[in-house]
Design a protein around this ligand. Structure first.
Ligand code: GTR
Length: 410
């Protein structure tokens, strides 16, 4: 068999096994099971956290470490040098509304380097603009029909293939900048691809060099979002106080993990992030911890797999990931037909995270019932909607994020 045929066959088998998993998953609320969530406001030695100072000093670092050690892993400590090269720029993009800039970022460490290509659109005539940082799935050129956009190195996809997911016109017309990169530039999204990632720059060249809590793909993609922010913060026309990290699906998990750690991001958006993103792990509904570990072992640190047999032994749950974003605005968006991502589980996590937002005297979603499809449920710093339709990013989603950010980020 030819190589391409073999790759297609393997990809096909992988997708088939995923869809079998999805079909066999539980979609009945009555079969979710009972569970007790870890309390974000109680320390392991029983101390009750009642003040934001104690949250920030004592409990927040504990929870952050639980996610590092048990789920996403940590990026190894090493000095990485970043160099930026503007490879293309125009002040006449998007029908004259935007400045387009394409920047090649080269990261070096441990005698090796890796390049990421970042596409940025900035609204013209805005002195200080807020910015969305959001990685893409198929390469920069798939996000738009703008012919000047350079194809990302790993892309095999048709130009503009995913343009419907990127409301560039709306974003820029609303006065926001947006920066995107192909996530493969940071970690090629497949098993056994550690060498095609930034990890070798940190001295990690093989799976054997990974500790139980070393990060893998999601940790690396989150790291990539922070590196884009480093660059954006060097630009005079970007508002440091209004930076947003947004991601869809596996990249929604990434956005949450990035925003949880990197507090320079002023707002965090999870679009259909599902299992190991915004959805509670203890609910047996749609994708579960055992199924995600089976299908995507390269996304999480190795330790995460040890919880597949006993999810309730996880020392944390995903509401605490959302709580790490407090007091910054957080938006969780689900899609009605995306049952695999457990919309209700995403909503319940955000409700529960409200406990921590309440320490900051913000109103929360704790007393709200599950909203109707397409209804905006926005209280204090927490935003939620369940859009009608499938697992996707649509203009409705972007419009919601922009309006929410307009109100919350000043
Ligand atoms: C699915 C996976 C989900 C979600 C999704 C995506 O196959 O099971 O966790 O992340 O991929 O990224 O589109």
């Amino acid at each position: 068999m030819k190589k391409n045929g073999a790759i297609l066959l393997i990809a096909g088998l992988f997708l088939t096994s995923l869809s079998v998993q999805a079909q066999n998953a539980n979609y009945k609320e009555s079969r979710v099971g009972s569970y007790t969530l870890p309390d974000a406001l109680t320390t392991p030695d029983g101390l009750q956290i009642t003040k934001k100072k104690a949250w920030e000093k004592i409990r927040r670092p504990q929870i952050l470490q639980l996610f590092q050690d048990n789920e996403y892993g940590v990026m190894p400590d090493a000095e990485i040098v970043a160099e930026y090269r503007v490879v293309e720029e125009s002040d006449n993009a998007l029908a004259g509304k935007a400045i387009r800039r394409q920047v090649e970022m080269t990261f070096s460490g441990n005698g090796q380097s890796r390049t990421m290509l970042v596409l940025i659109y900035m609204p013209k005539g805005v002195k200080k603009c807020p910015v969305f940082v959001s990685p893409n799935f198929q390469g920069n050129a798939t996000t738009t029909d703008d012919p000047a956009v350079i194809e990302s190195q790993y892309t095999t996809f048709v130009r503009a293939n995913q343009a419907s997911r990127w409301s560039y016109d709306r974003i820029v017309s609303s006065g926001y900048a947006v920066a995107t990169f192909h996530y493969y530039d940071i970690y090629y999204d497949a098993d056994g691809k550690l060498e095609e990632s930034v990890y070798p720059l940190f001295g990690i060249n093989s799976e054997a060099a990974l500790r139980d809590n070393t990060g893998k793909a999601i940790a690396a993609w989150a790291w990539g979002c922070s590196r884009v922010l480093d660059y954006l913060l060097t630009l005079k026309n970007i508002d440091k106080k209004r930076t947003i990290v947004m991601g869809h699906s596996r990249l929604g998990k990434t956005a949450l993990w990035c925003g949880a750690q990197d507090q320079r991001f002023a707002m965090v958006i999870s679009n259909n992030s599902g299992c190991s993103g915004a959805a509670l792990s203890r609910r047996n509904y749609g994708e579960t911890v055992p199924s995600i570990n089976r299908a995507f072992p390269w996304w999480f640190c190795n330790k995460y797999r040890s919880y597949s047999q006993n999810v309730s032994s996880l020392p944390m749950d995903q509401h605490e990931l959302l709580a790490l974003i407090a007091p910054r605005p957080v938006y969780v968006a689900s899609a009605q037909e995306d049952r695999w991502a457990d919309p209700r589980g995403e909503f319940l996590a955000l409700q529960e995270a409200g406990k921590v937002y309440a320490l900051y005297k913000y109103d929360t979603l704790r007393d709200c019932s599950f909203p109707a499809p397409d209804e905006h449920l926005w209280k204090g710093q927490c935003g939620y909607h369940m859009r009608t339709g499938i697992h996707d990013v649509t203009d409705f989603d972007w419009q919601s994020y922009i309006e929410f950010a307009n109100e919350r980020l000043k």
